[in-house]
Design a protein around this ligand. Structure first.
Ligand code: ZN
Length: 149
């Protein structure tokens, strides 16, 4: 079942595309696997009103980015920080999966069985985290950033 959720996001990615006049444009790369993601965020009054992603790479990296955009769209930045922390905790620290926060994200827990693929799964989420951090530090001015796993 979890595998099906991941394949569904890979074959029918949510929020795929680009955006003009985004508050945040952030690129992420995982050279070990050749995964690349670019994220665009439209942020208004501390709410991520809209999000788009583009990229290429393995099915886990692209499905995970699709799952991440579904989890954060329309959410306040504070809530998004909780969501990303829960995902990173599940993938990196053995925390119990929190379905209320993660939604389809819990489907990626099985990736932990393949340690070399964990970077593929966290790429989109870490890229998002850097974009939000840079935006916060800019005082709300549009930012561009890049992240490498
Ligand atoms: Zn990968």
């Amino acid at each position: 079942l979890y595998r099906e959720v991941v394949m569904d996001h890979y074959k029918k990615p949510r929020n795929r595309g680009t955006m003009t006049d985004a508050a945040v444009v952030v690129e992420g790369a995982n050279p070990l696997c050749g995964d690349e993601i670019t994220l665009w965020l439209d942020i208004e009054k501390d709410i991520v009103k809209d999000v788009r992603f583009a990229g290429h790479g393995c099915s886990i990296s692209q499905a995970s980015a699709s799952i991440m955009t579904s989890a954060i769209k329309g959410q306040p930045v504070e809530e998004i920080t909780r969501i990303v922390t829960a995902f990173r905790g599940m993938m990196l620290d053995g925390a119990e999966p929190d379905e209320d926060l993660l939604g389809d994200g819990i489907a990626l827990e099985g990736v932990k069985k393949f340690p070399v693929r964990i970077k593929c799964a966290v790429l989109g989420w870490n890229t998002l985290l850097l974009g939000l951090k840079e935006f916060s530090e800019s005082g709300g001015k549009p930012v561009e950033a890049s992240h490498q796993e």
